[in-house]
Design a binder for this molecule. Structure first.
Ligand code: URA
Ligand code: SF4
Length: 238
């Protein structure tokens, strides 16, 4: 195993990894890729993560180093959904551990929320990138990737049953709240989403704060991010 990989988080006994259900090849190659046939019929977070290790529900499994599954307590009251793992997450196998993750941690702490109490995941669980010289540059996942990966997110929601679901950025927000949802217009508001019993809210993606063109803008963006997350903390306290 390359040194940058921490390896599976649930022991190294890979003999117990399930094979996908019969007929999965059809789904991988057809027009509508989906992770569906890779889901175990009954599951908890541990068995889900193991099953997701061998997901080939869309073409991104060829591109990413490994599946980056969600992490956090099975009883978390808050679930945070990002877009997809970034370069660091892809190498380390854990969500939000790179620069955007550091900013997320700070935002949560400033809002009085503890990252360890929150379940953190992504709409798409493999890193989509293109090479630019020696660097791997982030590429947005397509609608097909988001749709293909959705069964994993739905399964995470089924297990964790969060009270509040926080979408970070447009990709997550549109996946959950519809393709026309505008984060800039509706950040911090509370919504119902079909089939999801949690209160749903959206805010900016921490990567967008990192991309701010100057310090003053970054500072203002960070304040807005913390304000939105503070609203979540207030909901939990109510
Ligand atoms: N950006 C995301 O959306 N998710 C991660 O896990 C890391 C960066
Ligand atoms: Fe499976 Fe999602 Fe990875 Fe596609 S991105 S291979 S659906 S885990």
């Amino acid at each position: 195993m390359p040194p940058h990989r921490r390896g599976p988080r649930f022991g190294s006994d890979r003999s117990s990894i399930r094979l996908p259900l019969p007929g999965y090849e059809r789904h991988v190659t057809d027009q509508h890729p989906t992770a569906e046939p890779f889901l175990p019929p009954r599951f908890n977070l541990e068995t889900l993560e193991r099953a997701a290790e061998i997901c080939a529900g869309c073409d991104l499994h060829h591109l990413g180093t490994q599946t980056v599954f969600g992490e956090g307590p099975a009883r978390a009251r808050v679930m945070i959904v990002g877009e997809q793992p970034g370069d660091r997450e892809d190498l380390e196998g854990h969500p939000f551990v790179g620069p955007a993750g550091k900013l997320l941690d700070r935002g949560l702490a400033d809002a009085g929320l503890d990252r360890d109490q929150v379940y953190v995941t992504n709409a798409v669980k493999h890193f989509r990138w293109e090479s630019r010289g020696k660097r791997r540059i982030h590429r947005k996942p397509s609608m097909a990737h988001i749709t293909a990966c959705r069964p994993w997110l739905d399964a995470e929601l089924t297990v964790v049953k969060p009270e509040v679901l926080v979408c970070l950025g447009a990709t997550a927000a549109q996946a959950i709240l519809g393709r026309t949802f505008k984060v800039t217009q509706h950040r911090g508001e509370i919504f119902d989403a079909e089939g999801i019993p949690a209160s749903v809210t959206a805010t900016v993606h921490p990567s967008s704060i990192l991309r701010a063109s100057d310090d003053a803008t970054r500072h203002r963006e960070m304040e807005g991010f913390v304000r939105d997350l503070s609203g979540v903390a207030r909901m939990l306290a109510a």
